[in-house]
Design a protein around this ligand. Structure first.
Ligand SMILES: [Zn+2]
Ligand SMILES: [Zn+2]
Length: 359
């Protein structure tokens, strides 16, 4: 049980105390000359306290899926869920499905699911999710049949759904007040001139990742799977200064991911790397992390990784899972537009850092 707020405790004690003394609390006007003997001392004046309904918040859960990525966005009415990637195989069941069911919501359908690209650490859990909840709209970067075959992915649910549609480059939709804009997909950006069109990368799927800008009431989130320098460089002139950046490619710098100019353009106050303990990948890389720190960003990571010097340098309270082999919930960002701030909750840490919206 959670401790009760102090104000609530004060109110509760008043109620209990007053239940036994209602008569003395509300005496009728005494007759002239009558002697009124108070049974109890006058009740101290306590300011009226009525519970306020919590103000609506945008919820962003960067899930601990170990090496991979899955981010759940729940709109302010808590009526719509948007899932961006589903983590590796196993994470659909162990991380995504549990996140769809908690004390605030219980989803039986996902309004929009975007798979950024076909690497197994992003799409691997999709079938497990789709077997349990209905996905109203499934979108990816296109070339669906080519990549499923190339990657040797057996995705019965994903394949059978067949409603997977290529996200339009100019995709711009608002769900319950939250705006989702596609900035890049299939190695193209929405700002490319027809004359300098770049072909999709048919060998490595990372450059084809879908890049999304999510905004609500002045708050902005950038999330783009394993985006590389190929599209980052073409977006430098176009991306806004965002609040939160879910780092590209798990914080890697390979193939120009998380390039300095791009990080300068995004200028995030908060950066989150979704990664696992992996001897080979050693995510995240020091270069982008150091650059983000030099910009004054607070950097959070989903898992400890002793093979990454950068991960080892992140303060303990900004690391979600210190024994990275299981699934430990999420780094939870909650945007309170009315208060003009958002919080970043790392597991059950008692101290929750706050940041101003639009900072
Ligand atoms: Zn990845
Ligand atoms: Zn990838």
């Amino acid at each position: 049980m959670k401790p009760l707020p102090t104000a609530y405790m004060a109110w509760l004690m008043m109620e209990l105390w007053c239940a036994g003394c209602a008569a003395s609390r509300r005496p009728s006007a005494p007759d002239v000359g009558a002697v009124v003997v108070p049974l109890l001392p006058a009740a101290p004046t306590v300011p009226a306290w009525t519970p306020q309904p919590p103000s609506p918040k945008l919820h962003i859960h960067v899930l601990d899926v170990n090496q991979g990525s899955a981010t759940l966005i729940v709109t302010p009415s808590t009526q719509h869920a948007v899932l961006i990637d589903a983590g590796p195989r196993g994470a659909g069941e162990k991380a995504v499905l549990p996140a769809l069911d908690n004390r605030l919501w219980s989803f039986r359908d996902i309004e929009l699911m975007v798979v950024t690209h076909y690497d197994a650490d992003h799409i691997g859990g999709a079938d497990e999710v789709m077997a349990q909840v209905h996905v109203n709209r499934l979108m990816d970067h296109g070339d669906h049949a080519y990549w499923l075959e190339r990657k040797g992915l057996e995705m019965a649910q994903y394949d059978a759904a067949m409603q997977a549609t290529t996200i339009p480059l100019d995709f711009d939709e608002t769900i319950d007040g939250v705006r989702f804009q596609c900035l890049a997909r299939n190695n193209q950006t929405r700002f490319d001139e027809a004359s300098d069109e770049v072909a999709p990368d048919s060998g490595n799927d990372n450059p084809n990742s879908v890049a999304l800008l999510v905004s609500w009431e002045g708050f902005e989130l950038y999330i783009a799977g394993d985006q590389t320098g190929s599209t980052e460089e073409r977006l430098v002139e176009h991306v806004p200064d965002v609040d939160v950046f879910v780092m590209n490619h798990h914080g890697s710098s390979s193939r120009g991911s998380n390039g300095a100019a791009f990080l300068d353009a995004l200028g995030p106050e908060v950066a989150v790397a979704s990664m696992g303990q992996h001897k080979g990948h050693q995510h995240p890389d020091s270069e982008p992390i150091d650059h983000l720190l030099s910009l004054g960003a607070a950097v959070f990571i989903t898992n400890a990784n002793p093979y990454s010097a950068a991960a080892s340098g992140i303060p303990e309270e900004r690391v979600l899972d210190h024994e990275p082999s299981d699934y430990d919930g999420a780094i939870v960002i909650e945007v309170d537009a009315a208060a003009g701030e958002y919080t970043v909750q790392v597991g059950d840490a008692r101290v929750t850092p706050r940041f101003p919206v639009g900072g």
